[in-house]
Design a binder for this molecule. Structure first.
Ligand code: ADP
Ligand code: MG
Length: 368
């Protein structure tokens, strides 16, 4: 029998119906990555499972018990499931170990000493034993996420729900948190993980739910969903998770080939023609006309690196260009043609120079 059964789950808000008819069976030991565009109801699904939200209709069963029933005590749900969210609320007047001990003492009626011993054990497991007596505000974002995992684990849940736990973290902290989640996975914890990180999803999960149009639009093994999606919309979304990486190693690079690669990437994303033209224009003016001749003497040490990707929050194209050499910003000024072009086309341009590396970040306007 499945551990969690979701039947015709529906959630309506006054202005949106993020969940129309969600059906799923989750087995003990499943590690499910929940992916999908923003506003597709991923958070709402987790909140409805954890009963932070009351579904409009439909049922959720946990081990055969209907947890959506008004007769189901909330403590039953809090013992079975733990939730780790991006906006973590700690009790700020309590230190970390006290935060971890609170629920076991209040809900499980655990003796203080036992709650302390088990809490310290958990903090050790997430690498935070030496932070036990700190207040939540003294922790880094990565440490806070790990403390939140320890706090959820203190209830000895059978299922853990993660809502974009790692998406707000910088790469170094992502690694720390991923390591903890990976360890839980290897211990057989059942997990639902909302994430944009495709490699992470691929590595840890055995199933992927792609959410769209108020339903689990497509589900399958990670290899199937990411490499061979069955539906057009799933495919389009997966493409948006992909980055395009170009490297120019010398002035004799294949200009036509690179331009058409950029174009193909943008076309695959179904971007408007005007925007595709602008992307090509930026490549021609900034990279080809300015940076390629400028970088000539530096190629041996460091190529020009160009990364294009869609932002996952507001669905815009971002292009990042970095190159070595002296400080040189071709997007600066009001006279130079390339500077004028970029200013017209971009929503936002950010130039930095650090450790001998020039970095230009261009966020394109949606269609311009
Ligand atoms: P996702 O996590 O996939 O980005 P959400 O589940 O957060 O999507 O939101 C889905 C939709 O439901 C959005 O249109 C959002 O505005 C709406 N929504 C979510 N929570 C509430 C709420 N508490 N009140 C009103 N509308 C909400
Ligand atoms: Mg969300």
């Amino acid at each position: 029998m499945s551990l969690i059964k979701i039947e015709h789950l529906r959630k309506e808000y006054p202005n949106a119906t993020p969940l129309k008819d969600v059906n799923a069976e989750i087995n003990a030991g499943d590690i499910i990555s929940v992916i999908g565009p923003s506003n597709s109801g991923k958070s709402t699904l987790l909140r409805c499972l954890y009963q932070l939200e009351k579904p409009t209709s439909g049922k959720v069963f946990f081990d055969g018990t209907e947890i959506t029933s008004p007769d189901c005590p909330i403590d039953f749900i809090r013992r079975k499931m733990g939730m780790v969210t991006q906006s973590i609320s700690f009790f700020h007047n309590l230190n970390i170990i006290e935060n971890v001990m609170t629920a076991p003492i209040n809900i499980l009626k655990m003796p203080k000493q036992k709650a302390y011993d088990e809490g310290m054990e958990l903090l050790k497991r997430v690498g935070l034993a030496e932070r036990a007596l700190n207040s939540p505000s003294e922790l880094t974002e990565g440490e806070k996420q790990r403390a939140a995992i320890a706090r959820a684990m203190a209830m000895k849940p059978e299922v853990l729900l993660f809502d974009e736990t790692i998406s707000s973290l910088n790469p170094a902290m992502v690694a720390e948190v991923v390591q903890v989640i990976r360890k839980l996975a290897s211990e057989g914890m059942t997990m639902l993980v909302v994430t944009h990180e495709m490699n992470f999803a691929r590595e840890i999960s055995n199933r992927v739910f792609y959410m769209d149009e108020g339903v689990i639009y497509e589900e399958g093994a990670p290899e199937q969903i990411f490499d061979n999606p069955g539906k057009e919309k799933t495919g389009a979304y997966i493409k948006r998770l992909n980055q395009l990486n170009l490297e120019i190693k010398n002035a004799g690079y294949d200009f036509a080939g690179f331009t058409s690669e950029l174009e193909r990437y943008a076309r695959d994303l179904l971007l408007p023609e005007k925007l595709i033209k602008n992307i090509r224009l930026v490549f021609e003016e900034i990279v080809s006309q300015n940076l390629v001749p400028y970088s000539e003497v530096y190629y041996n040490e460091y190529p020009i690196k160009i990364v294009a990707e869609m932002t996952d929050t507001d669905d815009r194209l971002r292009m990042n260009i970095n190159y070595s050499g002296m400080q040189y910003d071709p997007t600066e000024g009001t006279v130079d043609l390339s500077a004028v072009i970029v200013k017209n086309i971009a929503e936002n341009v950010n130039y930095t120079y650090e450790n001998g590396i020039n970095n230009i970040d261009i966020l394109f306007k949606k269609a311009a």
